[in-house]
Design a protein around this ligand. Sequence first.
Ligand SMILES: C[S@@+](CC[C@H](N)C(=O)[O-])C[C@H]1O[C@@H](n2cnc3c(N)ncnc32)[C@H](O)[C@@H]1O
Length: 882
Amino acid sequence: MGKRDKKTGKGRLDKYYHLAKEQGYRARSAFKLIQLNKKYNFLEKSKCLIDLCAAPGGWLQVASKYMPISSLIIGIDLVPIKPIPKIITFQEDITTDKCRAILRNELKTWKADVVLHDGAPNVGVSWIQDAYAQSELTLKALKLAVEFLNKGGTFVTKVFRSKDYNNLIWVFNQLFKKVEATKPASSRNVSAEIFVVCREFLAPKKIDSKFLDPRSVFQEVDIGPTNRSVDILHPEKKKRQREGYDDGDYTLFKDASVLDFIQSNDPIKLLSEVNKLNFDTDEAKKILNHETTIEEIKLCCEDLKVLGKREFKNLLKWRNSIRSSLQEQDGINEKSSEKEEKEESFDEDEIIQEELERLTKEEQARQKKIRRKANEKRQKNVTRMQLKMISPTDIALDQVDLNGSESLFNLKQIDKSGMLKTFRKGDMNIVIENEQDDDDIVIDVQQKQSDDTEDMECIDDENNLTYLEQEMEDLYDQYKEHKAERDAKYRVKKMREENEEWNANLTSDKGDDCDSVTSDYAMPRNTNTYDSSSSSEDDSEEESFNSHKVKNKAKKNKKLLTDLNDDEGEEKPQSPSGLSKKATLFFDQPLFKKVMEEYDEKKEHDQNSKAEKIQSDENKDLKLSTEEIKLVENSRSEPERDESQFNKNKSLKRKAEAVEEDDDLEIVPVDKDSDEELWDANKSDDDEKKMKRTREIGLITAEAVTLAQQLVNRQKTKEDLIDEGFKRHTFNDREGLPSWFLDDEMKHNKVNLPITKEAVEIIRQRMKALNARPIKKIAEAKARKKMRAIKRLAKLQNKTDVIVDTPSMTEKEKAQTISKMIAKTQKKVKKEVKVVVAKGGAKGMKGRPKGVKGRYKMVDSRMKKEVRAIKRQGKSKKRQKR
Ligand SMILES: C[S@@+](CC[C@H](N)C(=O)[O-])C[C@H]1O[C@@H](n2cnc3c(N)ncnc32)[C@H](O)[C@@H]1O
């Protein structure tokens, strides 16, 4: 059988192809026989069958399945057929006498109940068109069938619907009682094949040989005028001359006058039919003497059968020139001449047309491929999204990547839209708009803008890039500020930086009389208060904060704003609180008014809570929430707790000193919730992180769990914890200590907190559970696996649907096939091979060792050594190669 493209056209892989694969049939054509048999039931009642043209053996498989056991089945084909149990096959041409002899030998005295014929002459891709060869083969098959068929037997054959079809049916009808043509569902609609089932063979004693002779069978048909001429311009397209000679015309050599050729309306036909063009007549002789009739033309006319394409073309050209010269004399009409020219040029037009068609098809195929790939990708993304492997944003980003505009600050695009200039000045305008209330800033920024404009005018082309970068930096700063407005943490950090800056400015001011206690104490308090209120700050605060920032920035950049009280020679008056004028000015900001109010409120609240605490101590009914437990454990369990202790002690000391100097301030008892705890802003960030982590994953150290247990079981109270805070290290001062010493202390000088066995076990179990959680890659791999399983399932579903819809199968068969398919999709469990070591007497023993069941492998020490030696050799060879 000719090799076909299995993915396109007729050879596409349809449901019968898959079904045949599933059910183990060698060819999809098996279903044709199944469907024919379902309709006519000829296999079940047959005991002997001959399959003519049986390769690869699909019909033979069906026959052996449906025919009774121990039936005789013989298959013949031009090509070898892979053996099938209990079926005789041989390789032979069914049209030969040898084939008949072999069959006779195999059958002996038997006769066949069924003869099948599914032959297709191997005539290449366009064999459908070669219907005659097919009909001829069918007739040959019929010839064999009538010889070996039992009376009442069945002959099933494939026929192509062609002009010979009716003749064949007529012959079948002469030999069989019932002849029916049918096209099984599995036969493709595009195929011209049809199956004829001839039943109840009449078995006449004598069969007229004409019935089985192709010439006489197909001669009867009126096939109309035949065109037996050879296409001289395409001699490679040979046509079979089955019709033989024309009636009464038995000569092989023919000649015609050259005048006929010149005047003919179909010169090509004439050239193909005759052997020679003669110049015998007077008129023709004139043409012989014509200037265009060169020697080559004369020679060509002598024997047309030996000419090639080029010579025929030359002859046609010559004919045209003769015709045009004769036109004037003989009045050959112009119209027919044009027609001839057209015919000549037809060849070239055809080539161009073909080429165009080819190119269009190629382009269409290419476009289709691109579309299919894009669709596949989209489909994949959707599936991944469904499995939560990617998010829609990823797809969007991919899309952006494809567009090549992945850059966030894509200046090219901005430039294209003509907005780059606007962007350059944009930030200045924004500042002016935002800060309309602040006159100082307006002046400042306007000044900056005018400066910038002047600058820009001066900037030459080389500096443009640097300027642009600067502009981008500014834009980025704005972006950060904008982001900061929404981020409380960032705001706190920023405020701290600002305050540090202010602090530095204040202390560096000449004649700054701010005492150390005030400056040390006031600023952090401010920071802390702002921090604690950051989450609830209102718009006015934010505005003042922003204006403060802009002021600061403006001061830094242009130094246009000057402190009105910053006269060097002037004496700086002290505020009633003992602060310098600058400090007083700073704390006079509306922001701090609120802060101070909050501070007072807090103080009052602390006093109240102190009273409450005393009462609660008396009742000994301290209840700690889980949150509190975590907070306490968090502050103690981490290695940095010593540092925290240091900070705490330090702040306490400072506070004590401050109180000594200022009687207005009262000593606030050391409290976990006190402000000092949060003085170290970095620490506050860390604490926050730890708190968050603890909230997410719970207690993470055995010490913490122990402590929590003690607190919950009331073995310890909050006060105990506070008391424990006071130890010999409580007032350790780090100042003046070398950093290497501090680092070492941090590393090794750790307080050993008590832990219980249960706490250790709890943490161990928790860590185990944590480790058991799959990492991202594994999760992805699992998702992929799941996706593949889903796909497999969908495929299986499709296949089972087909099986369920197959009418030719019984319910049992369907169930069996489906369960087989399911079993196939399931993972095969590798059979375990038991390794049995041959020792002592067992060495060299043959057969299964005693007490060993299932699969086993005998090994001995020698084998182990050998395997090792081979490995060693391999390694050394590799090394040598290197
Ligand atoms: C369509 S296949 C037959 C498929 C077959 N019924 C099956 O189910 O497997 C046609 C077969 O006809 C065979 N064939 C064509 N001409 C033949 C000939 N003159 N003698 C024997 N076999 C021939 C080809 O070799 C080819 O294998």
